[in-house]
Design a protein around this ligand. Structure first.
Ligand code: MN3
Length: 210
């Protein structure tokens, strides 16, 4: 199985902060310009800067971002490289999971598969939100493809499907920095807005069929 997600896999060091795939205020009022100034401009940028600094004298510096993640995973002396590389990937992927014209229902083949595996869209959505809310502390909630099955999983901190032989289809960032400025402690409200107004089902469909 090819787990590569093209839009999140930068090919060479030094890595760069990807531009947002929409204007910085395009998701207002659901996610504010201020949230993106911090989440993209400060947090995501810091992961990129840290990764480049860590790679300066590393034998991983000639690898793609996904190779770096895979080769640094579970290596005691490469934890910092893994954490920063994975967070660069996770955020690059997450921005593409959002759209100013988002929300609504899944499309075409993904819609059929979601209904087949989860019963219907409402049950899928409830399961995804439950997993997102129940992730203790910082992390991510994902729709992934493993073999031929869709699954909803949650991961802690920087952990991600790529190192579990799973293909990412969709994610939502449930670190507090993702929602605190707009929703304070109400993660459930952020997850509801994610489904009602933000989720980019075309991107998820493209991941599912590629
Ligand atoms: Mn984040």
């Amino acid at each position: 199985m090819n787990n590569t997600n093209r839009l999140a896999n930068q090919t060479s060091y030094p890595f760069a902060l990807p531009e947002l795939p929409f204007d910085i205020n395009a998701l207002e009022p659901h996610m504010s310009k201020s949230t993106f100034e911090y989440h993209h401009g400060k947090h995501h940028q810091a992961y990129v800067t840290n990764l480049n600094n860590l790679l300066k004298n590393s034998d991983l510096s000639n690898k793609t971002l996904e190779q770096i993640i895979i080769e640094s995973a579970h290596q005691a002396d490469k934890i910092a490289i893994f954490n920063n590389a994975a967070q660069v990937w996770n955020h690059s992927f997450f921005w593409n999971c959002l759209s100013p014209n988002g929300g609504g229902l899944p499309k075409n083949k993904l819609s059929l598969k979601i209904n087949e595996q989860f019963g219907d869209f409402d049950q899928f959505k409830k399961h995804f939100k439950d997993q997102g809310v129940s992730q203790f502390g910082s992390g991510w909630v994902w729709l992934i493809l493993e073999d031929k099955d869709l699954k909803i999983i949650k991961t802690a901190n920087a952990d991600l499907p790529l190192i579990k032989n799973q293909k990412a289809i969709l994610t939502c960032d449930v670190w507090e920095h993702a929602y605190y400025l707009d929703y304070q402690n109400r993660r459930i409200d952020f997850l509801s807005v994610f489904f009602d107004h933000l989720v980019n089902w075309q991107f998820a469909e493209d991941n599912f069929i590629s």
